[in-house]
Design a protein. Structure first.
Length: 121
């Protein structure tokens, strides 16, 4: 268990550091948060590629999956995990949970950011 936690932490460190580097390289001056936008989309592509490869090659260790998918992709952007889980709900044909998850995450997420901001202000 501790080894898995350390693997996720190491992957998160690398993903988070890379996200920060991308934000430094892609600073926005026109008001559009292009670094976050690009990181979110790139993270979705990466987790999709990894998921596809790990589905294709089933002998991949759970530790590598934890390091790359949970750790690296999670540290790089949690949006990739959100998108993967949303796609899984589509694959299962569970349109109710898909709708609740997507709309709920976005709308409630924004409302909670606003609430947290107002409470702290």
């Amino acid at each position: 268990m501790l080894r898995n936690i350390l693997l996720v932490g190491a992957g998160s460190f690398i993903g988070g550091a890379l996200r920060y580097i991308v934000s430094l390289l892609l600073k926005y001056t026109d008001g559009f948060p292009r670094a976050t936008f690009i990181v979110n989309l790139l993270g979705c592509l990466i987790i999709g590629l990894l998921w596809g490869l790990f589905t294709r090659f089933t002998n991949v260790s759970q530790q590598l999956i934890l390091f790359l998918c949970v750790g690296f992709c999670g540290g790089f952007t949690t949006f990739s995990t959100f998108s993967k889980e949303s796609f899984q709900l589509i694959q299962l044909g569970n349109w109710l949970y898909f709708s609740l998850y997507v709309v709920g995450s976005i709308v409630l997420g924004i409302l909670l950011v606003a609430a947290g901001y107002q409470i702290a202000k």
